[in-house]
Design a protein around this ligand. Structure first.
Ligand code: F6R
Length: 607
């Protein structure tokens, strides 16, 4: 949430910053701005709106700052509406900052600074930090930073320019992530690696309460006591192309098309001698047998992946699984104990509620396993164990490939657990594992069926509201289908257990209301089809997603989407594709910004 980038080198940095900001735009797109040293002054240009509509236009009008050191920001508003004046960088002619996070005690600081004669232009918490830095700056930037860090409470990643320290960027962080990129004759700060992949893959991870001072040829780290710190230089294994559209109209479409490859990679890296293996994260069969309960915690799509995990684990491994929304888990006093395993799922590895849920689980002594996509992210580092999903950078705000690899790992974990507990035989486990390896080619077959999804989307485009229904794993999956659709098409949608409709929700059905029935679980098919008949007879327009070979009653189904046949247990891995593509094409037909849906941003680093 909010993107920060900074550059210091030997060339004009405005275009570099603007291009890097575009790569970070998925983290927030309410407004954007840059501040650059120009002739020993800090020149700031900022504008409301997306980068191309706001900042780029404004730079065309007021002119591009001419300098080799600057900071930049793309914002997802928390304090203060999106506006030019609330955009970052914020500060005054002496200090300018970009900020990701929330300062909890900004009101007290503001009152204190007002009593010292400071005035404020914006409604943001960030401006108070900039002015506090200015207040404490008496010639020594580190002293001012330390004094400020001692005063502010909350989460922050900050990039700071002091007019009196030209061509240097200062950076600090607490809770919110920040990396320091090491380039050739230039260095960077960034919220994440995607911003700077065109220049470098080498980076340092800034840890909590560390201070970095960055110039074109030097990066120095110290702690809050001014003790210098040696840090390990890391190399990102993502390449620049992975973070670009590569000829696709949208990142979301590209990421859906990447699923066969990334699901294949994520699964096969965990298969040893034909059996699933959790060796990499140090979970032995003995440990698996000892866990009393498994909690799976995450937000949004990550939590939905956990629900699929619950159905599969409970079905084949017979261990109780409790799935929790991270923001509920952390505050509801859950019954989790030191006998339990808590699986934390997160694409970004930075989601604030998920990170706090993880810390809670650790405090009560539970074993914790993070299923995370971003290497070195806060959740990956905080958990006792980590399994990385190998999706590569996910840029579209609407998660697709990250969800697919998360559920893929749920199967790997479930199979190993069932094997360890002997709730399935070795032979059964080998067969399931073998079949798991055929999933990528079946995902591809689903992707290739584009026309039918476009056709279904053209029938949904004017709907005001719709329902997804299913039973068992189909219900688990339809939650994700419904979220995808509402998130990017802005059509209201809910997912319901098909058998629950009669208990209230069926009253929403009237003439022409679309219902997407997910019916891939053949043992439940007749039951779901009966529910479909009930909605059809009340006027619903029904799309049924099922096995190609399933014979449907044509009197109650308007469109059938037939899928390749694999075991019902594995069907969510491929059934997700039509649900993603229906959402995608509906959004496109409605003329929405697919990759940057309104009000949202990727990587939710605030509560
Ligand atoms: C939906 C979506 C969100 C995220 C959620 C958790 O398409 O992307 O629901 O799944 O914000 O994010 P991570 O996985 O980064 O913790």
């Amino acid at each position: 949430m909010c993107g920060i980038v900074g550059f210091v080198g030997n060339e004009n940095c405005t275009d570099i910053l603007v291009e890097a900001l575009k790569r970070l735009e998925y983290r927030g797109y309410d407004s954007a701005g840059i501040a650059v040293f120009e002739n020993e002054k800090i020149k700031t240009v900022k504008a409301k709106g997306k980068i191309n509509d706001g900042l780029v236009q404004k730079l065309g009008t007021v002119g591009k700052p001419d300098g080799c050191c600057g900071i930049a920001h793309t914002r997802w508003a928390t304090h203060g509406e999106p506006s030019d004046v609330n955009s970052h960088p914020l500060g005054n002619e002496r200090v300018s900052i970009v900020h990701n996070g929330i300062i909890e005690n900004y009101r007290e600081i503001k009152a204190f600074l007002q009593s010292k004669g400071y005035t404020f232009e914006s409604e943001t918490d960030t401006e108070t930090v900039a002015k506090l830095l200015d207040y404490y700056f008496k010639g020594d930037p580190i002293e001012a930073i330390i004094s400020t860090m001692n005063e502010i409470r909350g989460a922050y990643a900050l990039g700071i320019l002091f007019r009196d320290c030209p061509d240097k960027i200062f950076a600090i962080r607490k809770e919110s992530p920040l990396i320091i990129g090491k380039g050739e004759n230039c260095n960077f700060i960034a919220s994440d690696m995607t911003a700077i992949l065109d220049y470098t893959r080498e980076y340092y991870l800034l840890e909590q309460n560390e201070i970095a001072v960055i110039s074109s040829d030097e990066i120095e780290f110290s702690d809050i006591h001014r003790m210098s710190i040696e840090k390990e230089l890391k190399i990102a294994d993502w390449d620049a192309e992975a973070a670009k559209k590569g000829g696709y109209e949208h990142f979301m479409l590209k990421e859906i098309h990447e699923q066969p490859e990334v699901v294949g990679k994520t699964i096969s890296a965990r298969i040893k001698d034909g059996l699933p293996s959790l060796e990499e994260c140090g979970v032995t069969d003995e440990m698996l047998c000892s866990y009393k309960n498994i909690y799976i915690v995450g937000c949004g799509s990550a939590m939905h992946a956990g629900i699929v995990g619950k159905y599969v684990i409970e079905d084949i491994a017979r261990t109780p699984v409790i799935v929790d929304i991270a923001s509920e888990f952390r505050y509801r006093n859950p019954l989790v104990t030191a006998d339990d395993l808590v699986i934390i799922i997160s694409q970004s590895g930075e989601t604030a509620d998920t990170l706090e849920a993880l810390k809670y689980a650790k405090r009560v002594g539970a074993d914790t396993l993070a299923v995370v996509n971003v290497v070195g992210s806060s959740i990956a580092r905080e958990a006792n164990r980590v399994m990385y999903t190998l999706a590569g950078p996910e840029i579209s705000v609407c998660s697709t490939k990250a969800y697919a690899v998360q559920i893929a790992l749920m199967y790997v974990i479930a199979f190993r657990l069932a094997y360890a507990k002997k709730t399935i035989t070795e032979d059964e486990c080998r067969k399931l594992t073998q079949e798991l390896l055929t999933v990528p080619e079946n995902i591809q077959k689903c992707i290739d069926n584009t026309e039918i999804y476009q056709y279904v989307a053209s029938n949904l485009v004017n709907a005001e509201s719709l329902l997804y229904i299913g039973r068992g794993l189909d219900y688990a999956l339809s939650m994700e289908g419904s979220l995808k659709l509402k998130e990017i098409s802005y059509i209201h949608s809910e997912s319901y257990a098909a058998g629950e409709l009669k208990h209230g929700t069926i009253s929403l059905i009237s003439d022409g209301v679309p219902v997407i029935a997910v019916a891939t679980q053949r043992n439940l098919f007749e039951k779901t089809q009966s529910n479909v008949k009930e909605v059809k007879s009340r006027g619903a327009k029904v799309v049924m997603v099922c096995h190609e070979e399933t014979e449907v009653d044509k009197t109650c189904v308007d469109f059938k989407i037939g899928l390749p046949t694999i075991s019902d247990l594995l069907m969510p891995l491929i059934t997700v594709v039509p649900l993603q593509l229906i959402a995608y094409y509906t959004s496109v037909l409605r003329g929405n910004d697919v990759d940057m849906p309104r009000n949202l941003a990727k990587s939710v680093t605030v509560e």
